[in-house]
Ligand binder design. Structure first.
Ligand SMILES: Cc1cc2nc3c(=O)[nH]c(=O)nc-3n(C[C@H](O)[C@H](O)[C@H](O)COP(=O)(O)OP(=O)(O)OC[C@H]3O[C@@H](n4cnc5c(N)ncnc54)[C@H](O)[C@@H]3O)c2cc1C
Length: 448
């Protein structure tokens, strides 16, 4: 008798979900999502891993997945607490024989699975490789031999065939009869201030249905054929695919995206833009495998470099950056958009990251952790990997990126429209004249 616990994580979908397909072969099934208390507590970088806007998006995803499961005779059992002890307790209480989950590159999930198997050695744990475009087995090299640059990786991957999405499961085994009803009680450590949607921001609604709807809309328009020309623009729903929030919550899979892209190319022709979109998705892929290979180095100050960067932590500067209160109006506008919506264009992310590291000389990890709290498309490998890249401690052999804010403003916001959208004029001039630090070195008391 196979009694399975499916630990749902970043795979909140019923389509192209090989883990759910495997779970459907059990005799009894429990689909569990743990909302971990730790995600809402401040970390050593003064941010909370899961901020209010991210939480709102995630709740949409959970509701939607629960609805889809109910059409297959199942339910999503949401538990609030500590992930390891919750999974251990459920496995013990319900004599679970098998645990199924999607394999993620992040060290945290893999450590958790190791700990669970140490506590319950009889348990069969199946981590399904489906978060990435390629599986570990299909890589044309050992993980240890992962190319040190993206361009080499790209060349090697050109020969590998991309797997098709798997069929959608049609029915699921029943739950355990003895299971108590999921608690409706929401613990006090969840964000209380509900993140309100701003009218200026984009309409991102979580869940597989919304993700698929957006995927279809994007690829039925001509936008993919124009992507390369507009992808660096600061604003605009159609300037980029906007798929990342659904992709990283697992509401849609990267294989589904590639399927749509390939169909688009077959029907309307391949061009520089469709190729460019593919190459961005391949960046996502590269960062996943880098994270898989380097593990905890992803979060270390010196990253993959031999020595750490020449930056440190300035609380006041960091705080001003988070709040969009720096002497740089364009940066302020970006930080307002990020905080109010949980999304920011790629160019916006690059400029604010460069500003924190180069203009404000702040330790890059504080910025990465702030992004983690804010971004509805947060992904550990991609976020920390991109931050390392800008800080010059990542995979980029050229070492660091310094964006000239004035030049970027002239190029991408010459009339100030974007800045005017996110900050009002009086605020802008007051901030521009402000000193970066309120305490100057010459103000420090000197011993007589
Ligand atoms: C400092 C910094 C932090 C970032 N943090 C994240 C993050 O947490 N999660 C995240 O998904 N992206 C992150 N990015 C990458 C990029 O900004 C977003 O993927 C992109 O803006 C999402 O919008 P989109 O889906 O419209 O992207 P599109 O331009 O339409 O690209 C299509 C897809 O390609 C991938 N992609 C695009 N750009 C990159 C990139 N630079 N690196 C890796 N993959 C990419 C994404 O999956 C994206 O959805 C970060 C970039 C920077 C500079």
């Amino acid at each position: 008798m196979k009694r399975t616990l499916y630990w749902v994580n970043k795979d909140l979908r019923i389509n192209d979900n090989a883990a759910l397909n495997l779970a459907s072969k059990s005799d009894h099934l429990l689909c569990v999502y743990v909302v971990d208390k730790q995600s809402f507590a401040a970390n050593k970088f003064q941010s909370k891993p899961l901020g209010a806007t991210r939480w709102r998006f995630l709740q949409d995803c959970l509701d939607d997945f629960n609805q889809s499961l109910s059409t297959l005779g199942q339910e999503l059992y949401i538990v609030y607490g500590d992930t390891l002890s919750t999974l251990t307790r459920l496995c013990e209480n319900y004599q679970i024989t098998d645990v199924i989950t999607t394999k993620l590159p992040s060290t945290y999930e893999n450590r958790l699975m190791t700990q669970l198997s140490e506590q319950l050695p009889e348990l069969i744990i199946n981590q399904v490789d489906q978060f990435t475009l390629f599986t570990k087995d299909s890589l044309p090299f050992e993980l240890e031999q992962l190319p040190v640059s993206y361009s080499k990786f790209r060349k090697k991957m050109a020969e590998v065939t991309i797997a098709e999405p798997v069929p959608t499961v049609q029915s699921l085994p029943s739950m355990f009869d003895t299971l108590p009803a999921p608690t409706r009680f929401k613990p006090e450590w969840l964000p209380t201030a509900s993140a309100t949607k701003t009218e200026q921001g984009f309409e991102f609604e979580g869940g597989e249905q919304q993700g698929l709807k957006h995927l279809r809309q994007y690829f039925s328009s001509n936008s993919p054929a124009e992507y390369k020309q507009v992808r660096n623009n600061l604003d605009g729903w159609k300037n980029s695919s906007k798929l990342s929030p659904w992709l990283n919550s697992g509401c849609i899979s990267v294989r589904q995206v590639i399927r749509f892209l390939t169909d688009f190319e077959q029907q309307r022709g391949k061009n520089d833009s469709t190729e460019c979109l593919y190459l961005e998705l391949l960046w996502r892929e590269y960062y996943q495998w880098v994270h898989c290979k380097v593990g905890a180095k992803t979060y270390q100050f010196k990253g993959l470099a031999k020595s750490p960067p020449l930056t440190t932590f300035y609380p006041e500067r960091f705080n001003k950056w988070c709040l969009g209160n720096t002497p740089y109006p364009l940066v302020n506008a970006f930080m307002h958009e990020l905080r109010q919506t949980g999304y920011l264009s790629n160019r916006g992310r690059q400029i604010v990251a460069s500003c924190l590291v180069n203009e404000l000389s702040v330790d890059w990890r504080y910025g990465a952790a702030w992004f983690e709290e804010q971004l509805i498309d947060y992904d550990a490998a991609v976020n920390w990997g991109n931050w390392q890249y800008i800080a010059g401690v990542g995979v980029d052999p050229r070492g660091g990126r310094h964006f000239n804010i004035e030049k970027q403003t002239t190029l991408y916001d010459p009339k100030g429209d974007y800045q005017a959208k996110w900050i009002d004029q009086s605020q802008q001039s007051a901030q521009a004249n402000q000193a970066l630090d309120s305490v100057d070195a010459s103000d420090w008391p000197v011993r007589q």
